[in-house]
Design a protein around this ligand. Structure first.
Ligand code: FES
Ligand code: FE2
Length: 331
C-alpha cells in the first residue's frame, strides 16, 4: 500500500473558500487544492504537465484551475485543455477528495482504503484544530502516545510529577491497533474548572487511547473518576488526532474534539463552554509542538534511546506504521 492510498486530512475547510487555490504538502508530495464556484474541490499534483509550473500559483478561471504560466486549465479530475492548441490532450494526476469535519481529505484515486470511523454517537463536536510540528511522523506520534511528559509539558491535562510513580499503564496491542490505558492521581486543577467539569476531590485521571494506522491517528478518551465508586466527571471528551506527514521532517496535526456532557440542555451545555475547551486544547497541543522542536536528534529510529516503562508503545507503533501505513510488510 502506498502512503497516499490512506485518507488524510490535508487542509482545514476554512482555508479553501470558493475561488481559492492552495498548495499543500503530503508525505513529501506537493498537491494543489482548488474550489470552484459550485463548491467542487479538485486535488491535483502541483505540477503542470506542460512545462512543470506549480499549479498552486494559478487561479480558478471558469470553474477550472488555470496554470499561471501559459493558461492551460484543468478540471477536478485533472483533464486539461490548452487555449492555444484546443485538440491537445493533457492530464494532471488527480486525487479523490472528501470534505468532513471541517477538513479536506484526499487519497490516491481508485485506492482501496476505508475512511476512518468516527464513533461519536452522543458526542458534540466542540472544535477542530490544526497544528504543524517540525518533527517526523514517528517522533510526533511518540509524544502523543505516552503520558510521562504530561507533568512537565502540560498545564491542565495529565499527572503530577511527584506522583508519577503511582500511575498505572496498560498496553493492549492488536494486529492493527495499539491501545494504551493510563490511570493515576490527577493534577491540581482550579476550583472553577473542577466544578465546571464535575471532578470530585479524590478523583483519578483516566487517559485511554487507541492508535490506528490507516492513516495514523489516535482516539483519546479523557475523564476523571472516583476510585471507590467508579463515578465519573460530568464532562468527558473524545479526541481524534490525525498525524499527517508533511515530509520527512514535518508533521501536521488535525484534532477533532468531541465532548459528552451530563449537563441538561442541548449538547449538555457544551456550546456554552466550547470557547474554553477550544482555547485550552489549542494551548495544550501548542505545548507539545514547542517541546518537540527542542529534540536534539530528529532521527525517527528508537535505536539508542533509553526507554521507560511508558515507552513500550513506541516499538508497537513503529512496527504497525511500517507494516500497515507504509505497507513495508515488516513483521
Ligand atoms: S506550464 Fe502550465 S500551462 Fe504551461
Ligand atoms: Fe502531550
Amino acid at each position: 500500500m502506498d502512503v497516499l492510498d490512506h485518507w488524510h486530512p490535508v487542509l482545514p475547510t476554512s482555508l479553501l473558500q470558493p475561488g481559492a487555490v492552495v498548495g499543500v504538502r503530503l508525505a513529501g508530495n506537493d498537491l494543489v487544492l482548488f474550489r470552484n464556484s459550485n463548491n467542487e474541490i479538485g486535488a491535483l499534483i502541483d505540477h503542470c504537465p506542460h512545462r512543470r509550473m506549480k499549479l498552486s500559483l494559478g487561479k480558478v478561471y471558469h470553474d477550472r484551475l488555470q496554470c499561471g504560466y501559459h493558461g492551460w486549465t484543468f478540471d477536478a479530475t485533472g483533464n486539461g485543455e490548452s487555449p492555444a492548441t484546443p485538440k491537445l490532450y493533457a492530464c494532471a494526476r488527480h486525487f479523490e477528495v472528501l470534505e468532513r469535519f471541517d477538513a479536506i481529505w484526499v487519497r490516491n484515486a481508485g485506492a482501496d482504503s476505508q475512511f476512518p470511523q468516527f464513533d461519536v454517537e452522543g458526542h458534540y463536536n466542540v472544535c477542530n484544530l490544526y497544528h504543524q510540528i517540525k518533527a517526523p511522523l514517528e517522533l510526533t506520534v511518540d509524544n502523543f502516545c505516552e503520558i510521562e511528559h504530561t507533568p512537565t509539558t502540560h498545564a491542565f491535562f495529565g499527572y503530577p510529577l511527584e506522583r508519577m510513580h503511582e500511575v498505572e499503564v496498560e498496553f493492549k496491542p492488536t494486529d492493527t491497533s495499539v491501545r494504551v490505558i493510563n490511570r493515576g492521581p490527577r493534577k491540581k486543577i482550579s476550583l472553577f474548572l473542577r466544578t465546571l467539569v464535575g471532578i470530585g476531590r479524590d478523583y483519578v485521571f483516566m487517559d485511554d487511547w487507541t492508535t490506528y494506522f490507516s492513516p495514523v491517528y489516535s482516539v483519546y478518551d479523557h475523564w476523571w473518576q472516583c476510585p471507590k465508586t467508579g463515578a465519573q466527571s460530568r464532562v468527558r471528551w473524545r479526541l481524534y488526532i490525525f498525524f499527517v506527514p508533511v515530509d520527512a521532517s514535518g508533521t501536521a496535526i488535525f484534532t477533532f474534539a468531541f465532548t459528552k456532557s451530563r449537563y441538561p440542555g442541548p449538547a449538555g451545555g457544551a456550546r456554552l463552554f466550547r470557547w474554553l475547551m477550544r482555547s485550552q486544547l489549542d494551548y495544550e497541543i501548542g505545548l507539545d509542538v514547542k517541546i518537540l522542536e527542542g529534540l536534539a536528534d530528529k532521527n525517527p529510529s528508537i535505536e539508542g534511546m533509553k526507554l521507560s516503562r511508558f515507552d513500550r508503545v513506541l516499538g508497537l507503533n513503529r512496527e504497525r506504521i511500517e507494516r500497515i501505513y507504509r505497507g513495508n510488510g515488516v513483521h
